[in-house]
Design a binder for this molecule. Structure first.
Ligand code: LLP
Length: 420
């Protein structure tokens, strides 16, 4: 782990103290550890050595250009869900031939751009999408490589908002319908079938549901083969969970060992779309306590990061570890609700935390690298935070804090004559 406690409870990210980083870049601020990011990705690569694979980082988890650049340099592919993510990957030096395009609502404009760039595969989520893609490819005189994202109806045992592989979900195509879709796809002139895909959910902490989904995919893959449709790859999506509190997800290598067991004797390339397990524990959200406030029933620590900076606690009641950066271990502790400046009661980073907190203290939220900055917004007209990458004893500003002019960029006042 890249945060170490010293005697005085000062916290460090790689070779730099959080206190100094906060002084240099101000708060709220996201800080990433280059070393942790690299080692998470390398853990995937090492575990898959010996089997053909493509690890496509799910850009939605964190789309900062520097993060994508580090991963691209290590050989990563990318899982994108919009043309915006596509452009980011290209700027960061990602290889188009290693891009898979997920998402249930791809537009013809997005399809066209991805076809022109020559991405590896479109993950198809409906019959209508398949027909539109064929048409766009026909207009361009190109072949569109596809896999069908099947919905295997497996319960990933995670928060309902991030469960995607159950029948009631809007994602994927019912696995019982998928065979028909493959046969329709085979007849389309500008479609090339290359794989099969699923993604059953996120923050999955048990191997079993993912293996169960894989087994369903393999059965279908073999059935299609017997009907003359041979698939190059099996894409298992992302979803491996991380430890926020006391969850005990399998390690990357334990998870992949189980997956590879199902692949023994098989020739398909294994494609994965991990997001959280690569970037979550490489990121920290640093915030400063503005005020303390208490009443008969509660102590509040009011901090300068809000739900617009980190939405996970408000949206999923997610528990994220929050540590005091400069706390005196000998001071008495109290239960605090750590709340932000946004005018919503759901605006909290953590509830009922037993801590010693003073106004002016710095707090560090751990495992904030995934779905942290990426889900941030300008709600309450708050500029979005800075992002910094630490590598050894150097820090690099990889996204400037937004300024007040950024907040109104692109907006126009109405002309005088229409105002009373
Ligand atoms: N592939 C597809 C098609 C996905 O929809 C997702 C995530 C992933 C891959 C990456 O999954 P991961 O390895 O990161 O679990 N905002 C939520 C998580 C939403 C996940 C959406 N899809 C959160 O903060 O918990």
């Amino acid at each position: 782990m890249s945060v170490m406690s010293e005697e005085k409870q000062r916290l460090w990210i790689e070779g730099l103290s959080i206190t100094e980083l906060a002084e240099r870049y101000s708060t709220p601020c996201y800080i990433y550890s280059h070393a942790t990011l690299e080692s998470n990705f390398i853990a995937y690569q090492e575990a898959l050595r010996g089997h053909k694979h493509l690890i496509c980082f799910a850009v939605k988890a964190n789309s900062n250009l520097a993060i994508l650049q580090v991963l691209a340099r290590l050989g990563a592919g990318f899982d994108i869900v919009s043309v915006g993510e596509l452009e980011r990957v290209l700027i960061a030096g990602g290889d188009p031939k290693k891009i898979v395009f997920s998402g249930i609502a791809k537009t013809s404009v997005e399809m066209r751009r991805a076809l022109e760039i020559g991405i590896y595969c479109f993950n198809i989520e409906s019959e209508e999408e398949l027909f539109l893609l064929n048409q766009v490819a026909l207009d361009l005189g190109l072949l569109a490589p596809i896999s069908v994202r099947v919905n295997p109806d497996v319960d990933p045992v995670t928060h309902p908002y991030i469960s995607t592989g159950l029948k009631e979900s809007k994602f994927g195509i019912d696995i019982r319908e998928a065979e028909k879709i493959y046969h329709k796809a085979k007849k389309l002139k500008n479609i090339e079938i290359v794989g099969i895909d699923c993604h059953i959910g996120s923050q999955i902490t048990e191997i079993q549901p993912i293996i169960q989904a894989l087994e369903h995919l393999i059965v279908l893959c073999d059935k299609l083969k017997s009907q003359g449709i041979c698939l190059e790859h099996i894409d298992l999506g992302g979803g491996l969970g991380v430890r926020y509190e006391n969850e005990q997800p399998p390690s990357i290598s334990a998870f992949l060992n189980s997956v590879l067991k199902c692949f023994s004797g098989r020739n398909e390339t294994l494609v994965l779309e991990p997001g959280r397990s690569i970037i979550a524990d490489a990121g920290y959200l640093i915030t400063r306590v503005q005020y303390l406030k208490n009443n008969d029933v509660k102590n509040f620590a009011i901090v300068d990061a809000g739900m617009n900076d980190m939405l996970r606690p408000a949206l999923y009641q997610a528990w994220m570890d929050i540590q005091s950066v400069n706390c005196d271990v000998n001071k008495p502790k109290k239960y605090f609700d750590i709340v932000g400046p946004v005018c919503e009661s759901s605006d909290f980073l953590g509830l009922k935390r037993l801590m010693s907190i003073n106004a002016g203290d710095l707090l560090c939220m751990h495992s904030a690298g995934a779905y942290g900055f990426a889900m941030s917004s300008n709600y309450n007209s708050r500029p979005r935070a800075a992002e910094v990458m630490v590598s050894g004893d150097q820090a690099y500003l990889v996204r400037e804090r937004e300024n007040l002019a950024d907040l109104t960029r692109g907006e126009n006042l109405l002309p005088e004559q229409i105002l009373k």
